[in-house]
Structure formats: structure tokens, C-alpha cells
Design a protein around this ligand. Structure first.
Ligand code: COA
Length: 260
């Protein structure tokens, strides 16, 4: 696995996936998109993994975008295929039945912000910069940026970030709702892992139900979303963890969730 563009490490029940092309600021080429798709499929299927942290290697970048050198030579059909390749992978991350946290350690630009936005939560270093600078390349976002940014931050911010193309700092990204938390760079790893461990200890089937409901709720009308929530709520009553969580509350003890 020495030539893999990813580093994969388990810290207890937390899987840490690191995009590892620091000399190219972790830019996403086709091989990296495919490796990420495989790594997330694997993390989704492995019951010992309860939460995933996604980050980039080196001190500068989370991911500085889709690989510009690779894109430069693409035909229109190859461009569409590249976009779909990235979109499919990111959709898989968004639909993963366990929580995924983007640990944004530096630049998250273009495809890097798109990758962070398909994760369920984003923790950013105070030194991080995020943006959709594709306009400077004569391009538009192609891995879901126009759609997910719109849903996360609304029309005004999305139009500004995409049309102007200037990166914003972590504090502004937080104010716009693009990142959940901003922490001092030196504490990024500790704080992110603490959050990941908290999620890894939670009832996995309840987490899965919530991720499903929130994904569906972003796409359907309120009536349909509420109906979906009721169905998922009912399903949770089939789990041992729901019996354990409610019993532990009544018995004034800490619950021990088994994932069943
Ligand atoms: N695709 C391919 N290679 C990239 C890249 C990308 N998106 N972003 C950075 N790199 C490469 C650079 O080409 C350079 O490679 P080289 O050393 O072989 O020339 C290396 O990563 C370091 O980048 P460099 O530009 O020298 O670093 P910097 O600190 O001066 O600037 C950035 C950092 C992030 C401001 C700058 O790299 C940048 O603007 N990157 C592109 C961002 C972008 O437009 N992303 C959207 C793509 S759709």
C-alpha cells in the first residue's frame, strides 16, 4: 500500500483517513477519488469502525482542490466523468451510516471544500481557509459545491463564494455555518478526536437513523420528511441499544451501547 494516496489508521473505534499527497497539497486526482471511495466503502462495512475522521497530510492543506494538472487535459466527456466520479464518492460519504468528521487542517479549496461539505461535521483549525476558487480557473465546482454550499450556507454566501472565488478564513466560515467548530490549530487533532470518540461511543443505529433522516429531510417536503422520521423512530424501538439507553437512564447509570 506504499503508493496509496491515502493513509488509514484506526484509533480505537475511530478510523482516520488522511489524503496523503502533501507535495500537491492533497489535490484530488482520479486515483485519489477512487481510493477514497474504496476507503469509505470499507469503513462503512466494518462494524469495528464507529466514526470516521477525514483529513489531509502536511501542515498546509486539507485538500487544495481537484487536481488541476489532471483536469487540464480532459475532454468534455472526461470532464463529466471526472465530476461524476467525485460526486459519487462524496454522495457515498454523505450517506455513510456512521458519522464522518472533516478535520480541516489548512486549505480546503474547490474539491477540498466539496469533500469537507459531504462530511457530517466539520472542525477547522483557526488558520484554515476555505473557498470555491474555480472561477479563477475558468471552471465551475463539479463535485457538488454549488449544491451543498447552497444548502449549508444559503444563496447569498454561495453566490459570493462561487462568483468571487476568494477564500474565506475559518471564523467567517463558522459564522456562515460552513464549519461547525473552529479550534486553535495546535488543538485541532485532540479536539476532533475527542468529538469522534464521543460519537463512536454513541448508539450506532440511532446515529444511522438520524443521518438517514437528515439526508432525506434535505431533499423532500416537510410532510414526507416527517413521515420518514416516524418510520425511522419506530425502527429504533427494535434495537437493544434503545432498551439499554432508556433503562440506563431510569437506573441512573451510564449506558453501554452494543450496536445491536
Ligand atoms: N491541483 C494540482 N496541484 C495543486 C493544486 C491543485 N488543486 N493545488 C496545489 N497544487 C500543487 C502546486 O501545483 C504545487 O506543485 P509543484 O510544487 O509541483 O509546482 C504544490 O501543490 C504546492 O502548491 P503552491 O501553489 O506552490 O503552494 P502555495 O502555498 O504557493 O499556494 C494555494 C497554496 C492553495 C493558494 C495554491 O496552491 C492554489 O491556489 N491551489 C489551487 C487551488 C484551487 O484553485 N483549487 C480548486 C481546484 S478546482
Amino acid at each position: 500500500m506504499t503508493d496509496s494516496p491515502l493513509l488509514i489508521e484506526d484509533r480505537g473505534a475511530v478510523r482516520v483517513i488522511t489524503v496523503n499527497r502533501p507535495d500537491k497539497l492533497n489535490a484530488l486526482n482520479a486515483a485519489t477519488l477512487d481510493a477514497l471511495a474504496a476507503a469509505f466503502a470499507d469503513a462503512g462495512a466494518d462494524p469495528s469502525v464507529r466514526a470516521v475522521v477525514l483529513t489531509g497530510s502536511g501542515p498546509k492543506a486539507f485538500v487544495a482542490g481537484a487536481d488541476i494538472a489532471e483536469m487540464n487535459g480532459l475532454t468534455p466527456v472526461q470532464g463529466r466523468d471526472f465530476s461524476q466520479r467525485g460526486q459519487r464518492m462524496m454522495r457515498r460519504v454523505e450517506k455513510l451510516p456512521k458519522p464522518v468528521i472533516a478535520m480541516i487542517n489548512g486549505f480546503a479549496l474547490g474539491g477540498g471544500l466539496e469533500l469537507a461539505m459531504c462530511c457530517h461535521l466539520r472542525v477547522a483549525a483557526d488558520t484554515a481557509k476555505v473557498g470555491q476558487p474555480e472561477i479563477n480557473l475558468g471552471l465551475i465546482p463539479g463535485f457538488g459545491g454549488t449544491q451543498r454550499l447552497l444548502r449549508l450556507a444559503g444563496r447569498a454566501a454561495t453566490l459570493e463564494l462561487c462568483l468571487v472565488g476568494a477564500p474565506i478564513d475559518a471564523a467567517r466560515a463558522h459564522a456562515l455555518g460552513i464549519v461547525n467548530r473552529v479550534v486553535p490549530a495546535a488543538e485541532l487533532e485532540t479536539e476532533t478526536l475527542k468529538l469522534a470518540e464521543q460519537l463512536a461511543a454513541a448508539a450506532p443505529l440511532a446515529l444511522r437513523g438520524m443521518i438517514d433522516c437528515i439526508n432525506v429531510g434535505g431533499e423532500v417536503g416537510l410532510e414526507e420528511g416527517l413521515e420518514y422520521e416516524s418510520a425511522q423512530f419506530g425502527l429504533v424501538f427494535s434495537t437493544a441499544d434503545m432498551r439499554e439507553g432508556t433503562a440506563a437512564f431510569l437506573e441512573r447509570r451510564k449506558p453501554a451501547f452494543s450496536g445491536e
